[in-house]
Write a protein that binds this ligand. Sequence first.
Ligand code: ZN
Length: 290
Amino acid sequence: MKRMITPSADSISYFQRHKNVVSSKANTVKGEPNLIKQNLQSLESAIEARYSAFESSLSSGNLFNLAQDPILAEHKDDLLSCYTGRTAKVKEIFSSIEDVQPANFLRRCPYCGITLPKTYDHYLPESLYPELSVHALNLIPCCNSCNQTKNNFWKNDNHRLFLHFYMDIIPDIQYLNVRLVSDINLCAVGAIFSISRAPNIPNNVWDVLSMHYIKLNLIKIYNELANNEISEVFNVCISHLRGGGIDVGRFINILLSSDEQLYGINHWRVVLMKALSRSDDFERAVRASV
Ligand SMILES: [Zn+2]
């Protein structure tokens, strides 16, 4: 799990992108003035103030305290039409997010590290903060499953519930662990993941980080996926030895190195493969099958 590159506002500000989305709407609908566009234009200064409040709460690490705006909430449908319209200007916002990420990073959902992120999560739910529906810093590429599970939740009484991938510090310290489970023949057949707080991870960082795993059921999902992943590595290792390879552990470490670089030491597959690379039982089982 790794932090993402923050989409840039250097050449076009985040608010200008919102204005571009509004301007690109048609002036008339079925021969009548487009009232949604007119309304959005009349709300421009209120929305600009919200953009600025959101950006300063992000940069000061105080997003938790950003209250909803009751007046803008009354214009929810019009505000959300900026996002749901999926115009070319909205797609430009998506590109501003995707184009700055390292190559291949978005092959996996940042929230879970498992599947392709085919949707965008509104970190601050669009039903509560509709005025931020096309703010790039409120849009995180995300898989369907995480998006649905996260739903309209984002904080409890004390802290946020999910990592914000442009803002939060994700410690480069091992906190995701795995224990391999062997069967009677000492062949690794499963894995049990867990998270544990390293002493140098501050409380406030751990509160959000650990809740992210809990709320998205990540440990349960990783445990369910582990068997397939182990069989895959098992088969690749057999082919490696059959092809003249010698060192199973070293071979697995080579396999995992690009993912480790891309997704960090706490990515579930990296953690699992490292455990396999060190497991005598796993190596014995591979050698017995060659
Ligand atoms: Zn996901």
